[in-house]
Write a new protein. Sequence first.
Length: 163
Amino acid sequence: MLPEEAPFLSLASVSSAESKNAAFADVPASNPNFKYIQGLANSGFVIGIDGTHFAPQKPLTREQMIYIKACADERQDIKTNGQALSVLDSFSDGSKINKRFSGAVYEDQSASTTGTFHRVYGTTKLFQPQQAVTRAEAAEALSVMKGEWARSAAEVLGRSPSP
């Protein structure tokens, strides 16, 4: 994929050049994904499992995927506030959603049927925040990016979106 076809990833690799120090102890510069993980960390889009570890081999969870995708769409870190915490009540397991991700869940749910969670999982009252994300779910989440700089996967490939 060419950089102009993946503006988000190309921005990530550019941002990685700004830092000589790895954001995560378990993602050294020798890691083949370093420039993407480091670039996203420098941009505030990727969070680790704690302050110093990313755990690149661990599965991504639903709440983490929504957070990363929402931050990428908004091009900024999404903070939690009182309004964001109220969205947790819309899910029967909302109390299990990590508070640090509630702002992103709120932003995503505010988009209603065009939000990532709705597109990937449909209409449901069960969030299952710690459920591992499948490759297909991650692909669906990333298939549509918001913002003037983004294009859908179908546009990049020169295809008409399927009905």
